[in-house]
Design a protein around this ligand. Structure first.
Ligand code: ADP
Length: 457
């Protein structure tokens, strides 16, 4: 409606302007023709030595080209000497135009009403430079008046027609627009209620269609993240349930059966192990949540990777000794990246810990650090059991374990690689894995390299 109102005002202004311009055009042409006629008569009269009713009437009778409704000639006092319409000779005609003409002006005025142009003009009559009278002329023009009237009517009709067309189009357009917008809003309400599978079908190919497509993509993402969330919750509760169930079973056994001290000790120690496992799992879960969520709030810095790798190696040394694994560190000291130190530690720790856990006794764990063009590459390679081909695509999923029993034995939770992948992705890196069953596995993590300002220590 605002649009219709604006176009209405615009067309109205255009209408008034056109009407006024067209009236003006007629007035200008009328004015010059009337003044011309008056001047012609005044010229003829100015040749007379004596101005009186008969001399003026004689001259006026000779000028045939003067077609006017009324023609009037006065002397310098305004007394009528000749009047073409009524016998007013001898009386005073003190019209404003005549008074102005007797002051030496060529005057023309007009009035337009109901298709009639009523125009009046007057010019002075000079005799050797002195004003001796004036010629006054009136003209009622219905032909040109009618023309103006029909022109104005035509402009008005065009204006109204345009306005009607604009109104029809605006209403039709706004109806379609509102209907499509309502469709999106209805879909929003459905999705707000929790039905993320709902899709909005806009049709067409305009901006609203794009909006609909964007909206569908958004809901698809919502649906995916909702699915991930509920799967995570059910996986996590399932994983936490297992050690809890073991603890319950062990405590029930201790309470129900008469056991010797040795067996009771064994059971309590198992309870401790399960509690330890629960603790590790909740810690890893927290770590995963942190890896997937925040992290960005902390300031990242350019760090050399080699010292962190050495720190992890020191931490895992006793584990490696126990499992009979030897480390082989091949570290290019100048490999530096932009990352949080804790994040890099997590990545290296999880990969090396897996390299020990899933290795054979007497095996080897090789860690290489190198620059490859614009990337800093960390390679963790073991001589362990390897990963079956069909499992490779799943090892980065939360709680996925190739061999559940072995993983549980070694204290695995199935969260380590999920944490690694989250951190790597958050730091614009990539991680790949190649593995040969029975021979070993190699994880390759690559980050954009950043040159540190200080030399490696
Ligand atoms: P977990 O805590 O069980 O080790 P991860 O997420 O670290 O969990 O690893 C997921 C699974 O991938 C492991 O259970 C294991 O089966 C497999 N895996 C990970 N690293 C290796 C490796 N270096 N060699 C063989 N298998 C591995």
């Amino acid at each position: 409606m605002t649009y219709v109102a604006i176009t209405f005002v615009f067309l109205l202004v255009l209408n008034v302007y056109c009407s006024a311009a067209c009236q003006n055009l007629f007035y200008e042409s009328k004015k010059s023709s009337m003044i011309e006629k008056c001047l012609l008569a005044a010229d003829e009269i100015s040749t007379l030595e004596v101005l009186n009713t008969s001399t003026v009437s004689a001259v006026m009778g000779q000028i045939e080209s003067l077609k006017a409704t009324r023609l009037l000639v006065t002397d310098q006092t305004g007394c009528t000497l000749y009047d073409s319409s009524t016998a007013t000779a001898g009386s005073y005609a003190l019209f404003p135009e005549i008074l102005s003409a007797l002051d030496g002006n060529d005057v023309c005025s007009w009035r337009y009403q109901n298709g009639i142009i009523d125009s009046r003009a007057a010019t002075p009559v000079y005799y050797f430079g002195t004003i001796v009278g004036c010629v006054y002329m009136t003209d009622y023009d219905t032909t040109q008046g009618g023309l103006i009237q029909s022109l104005q009517r035509t402009i008005l009709v065009i204006t109204l027609l345009l306005e009607i067309i604009v109104a029809i189009f605006s209403i039709a357009f706004s109806n379609t627009f509102s209907r499509r917008l309502n469709r999106i809003m209805a879909s929003m309400r459905i999705i707000r209620e929790g039905d993320y599978s709902h899709k909005v079908n806009m049709g067409g190919s305009d901006e609203l269609t794009c909006l609909g497509n964007e909206f569908n993509e958004l809901t698809e993402r919502l649906q995916t993240s909702e699915q991930k969330r509920s799967r995570f919750v059910s996986d996590a509760s399932h994983e936490l349930k297992t050690p809890l169930a073991s603890i319950k079973l062990l405590t029930d056994s201790i309470l129900q059966y008469d056991m010797d001290l040795e067996t009771t000790r064994e059971f309590v120690s198992d309870i401790g192990n399960e509690a330890e496992r629960l603790n590790r799992m909740t810690e890893k879960l927290l770590c995963l949540t942190r890896a997937e969520g925040a992290g960005a709030q902390q300031e990242m810095e350019i760090i050399f990777m080699a010292p962190t790798v050495r720190r992890v190696a020191r931490m895992l040394k006793s584990n490696a000794l126990q499992a009979g694994i030897t480390f082989d560190l091949q570290l290019a000291e100048d490999t530096s990246i932009l990352i949080l130190e804790d994040d890099l530690y997590q990545i290296v720790f999880n990969l090396m810990e897996n390299g020990i856990k899933y290795n054979h006794a007497g095996g080897r764990l090789t860690i290489r650090l190198r620059r490859e063009e614009d990337n800093a590459v960390l390679e963790v390679s073991d001589t362990g059991m390897g990963i079956p081909e069909e499992a490779i695509d799943h090892i980065f999923e939360r709680f996925y374990r190739v061999d559940k029993a072995r993983s549980r034995q070694t204290g695995g939770s199935g969260l380590g690689l999920a944490i690694v992948r989250s951190i790597v992705q958050r730091n614009r890196g990539t991680i790949t894995v190649t593995s040969t069953l029975g021979k070993g596995t190699t994880f390759v993590v690559s980050f954009p390299a950043f040159d540190a300002e200080v030399d490696p220590v």
